[in-house]
Design a protein around this ligand. Structure first.
Ligand code: UDX
Length: 452
């Protein structure tokens, strides 16, 4: 099928490249010139596992342009995947979505039919609003075009975005017309039936079954996306809240999570206590969900509490550190990991950066390391005096404490004795609970985890 994807960010680019690999004729649209330059050279503007390889793959015939109207004219399916940044009151800003919809409408051809899909995470009711914008623009042009609208939220995790695209848990389509559902069923058939040849670097996970296609109305589809992200954020905040109590009573939250997770009604995933959640989705989507509630005069105390616990989590680590070192002013603190989670260079709402800001406010000197996120962290921490080091061992050198903030694989097998040897004061704050207390203590480190 001919597909135009408007917006080549995480979602648009991953989806577009994957659809092109399946054999669809995909054109990606982006207005950002520097991004477009890279894309034209088939280079990925973001650090995302496998994406660079996929863009270079001969089977992935995706092309790029800055011209929305030109890209959509001959498309059968048009996907809007532009950003929905957070407004000051927490609401998601749909300005770019509506602008994209107007540009799309300007390119549609008289007498043709299209399926217009919203992939961006948008507030409840946006699909209806976009339909209105497009229909009005078409009426102004005085042409007759059949547009079938669909909401098709994505559930991609950064760092695993391609895996989640090729092997999804479910595909959700919210549409009022059967034509839109049929178009998306055709588009996604190779994923639904798993009939494609997996890319070499992305083998089909063992035991992976076929993903269900969930068809529903557009409003419910929009809600599925927000409710899923909010639920996961609540789950993490819940275990973080339990972790705080474990610290008080002397229990180990990793043991508690293991025992809880074996109950299939609870499940073991997203029960990892630590510095809390960050990234481009959970913070923004929980705020947006609360804003929708406010708009309708409805409070959502559980979602609010998940956010409060998450904010407190960063402070708790600082308090632990302060208890161990007494004074933070003038201390040197090493920080391992800057991205909001491993396998990405994304530092948006990263707990690591929040901790660094708090440390700086309290007069500590920070020396940090990250395998890939340093350039983005430098930008985000502008104005703060942070030293960036080439290796985790250099970040530990001369430090009064070392905080492990992001669980990159390369931090899982550190030579703890060497770390302890290099530090002025060998305190390890394991903000992601990846080490066992005994192994750290055997290496000569004072160990502090989260909730253990
Ligand atoms: C999330 C959703 O998982 C995805 O489905 C949605 O489409 C976008 O938002 P992402 O933000 O990429 O994806 O990351 P995710 O792996 O979900 O982690 C989010 C945050 O939670 C990270 O900061 C991570 O460190 C934290 N986390 C995750 C925990 O603190 N504990 C856990 O057990 C799991």
């Amino acid at each position: 099928m001919k597909v135009a994807v408007i917006g080549c960010g995480y979602v648009g680019l991953t989806t577009g490249a994957a659809l092109a690999y399946l054999g669809h004729e995909v054109i990606g649209v982006d207005k950002d010139e520097s991004k477009l330059d890279l894309l034209m050279k088939r280079e990925s503007p973001i650090h995302e596992q496998g994406l660079g390889e996929l863009l270079k793959d001969d089977d992935c015939g995706i092309t790029f342009t800055a011209d929305t109207a030109g890209a959509v004219a001959d498309a059968e399916v048009i996907m809007i995947a532009v950003g929905t940044p957070q407004k000051e009151n927490g609401e998601a800003n749909t300005y770019y979505v509506e602008e994209a919809a107007r540009e799309v409408a300007a390119g549609l051809k008289d007498g043709r039919s299209y399926t217009l899909v919203i992939k961006s995470t948008v507030p409840i009711g946006t699909n209806r609003r976009v339909a209105h914008v497009v229909r009005r623009a078409l009426a102004e042009r005085g042409i007759e075009v059949w547009v079938n609208f669909a909401s098709n939220p994505e559930f991609l995790r950064e760092g695993m975005a391609l895996r989640d695209t090729f092997y999804p848990d479910r595909i959700v389509v919210g549409a009022e017309s059967p034509e839109a559902v049929e178009a998306l069923r055709r588009l996604y058939r190779p994923f639904l039936e798993q009939t494609f040849e997996p890319p070499i670097f992305l083998p089909r996970p063992e035991g992976y079954g076929l993903p269900p296609l969930i068809t529903t109305d557009p409003t419910s589809a929009e809600m599925i996306k927000y409710a899923s992200n909010a639920f996961l954020a609540v789950k993490i905040s819940f275990i973080n809240e339990i972790a705080g109590l474990c610290d008080k009573v002397g229990a180990d939250v990793t043991e508690v999570a293991r025992g809880m997770g074996l109950d299939p009604r609870i499940g073991s995933r997203f029960l990892g206590a630590g510095l809390g959640w960050g990234g481009s989705c959970f913070p923004k989507d929980t705020a947006a969900l609360l804003a929708v509630g406010t708009e309708y005069g409805y409070t959502m105390p559980i979602v609010q509490a998940a956010r409060d616990v998450n904010a407190r989590q960063r402070l708790l680590i600082l308090e632990k550190l302060q208890a161990a070192l007494k004074v933070l002013r003038g201390r040197t603190i090493g920080v391992l990991g800057l991205s909001f989670k491993p396998n990405t260079d994304d530092v948006r709402e990263s707990p690591a950066l929040d901790v660094i800001r708090l440390l700086s406010e309290r007069g500590a000197h920070v020396q940090a390391h990250d395998p890939v996120a340093v350039p983005r962290a430098v930008e985000a921490l502008k104005g703060l005096e942070v030293e960036f080091k080439e290796s985790p061992y250099e970040a530990a050198a001369g430090a009064d404490a070392l905080i492990l903030a992001t669980e990159w694989d390369e931090y899982r097998y550190l030579d703890l004795k060497e770390l302890a040897r290099r530090m002025r004061n060998p305190v390890l704050v394991d903000g992601r609970n990846i080490y066992r207390r005994e192994e750290a203590e055997d290496a000569g480190l004072t160990y502090m985890g989260v909730g253990r």
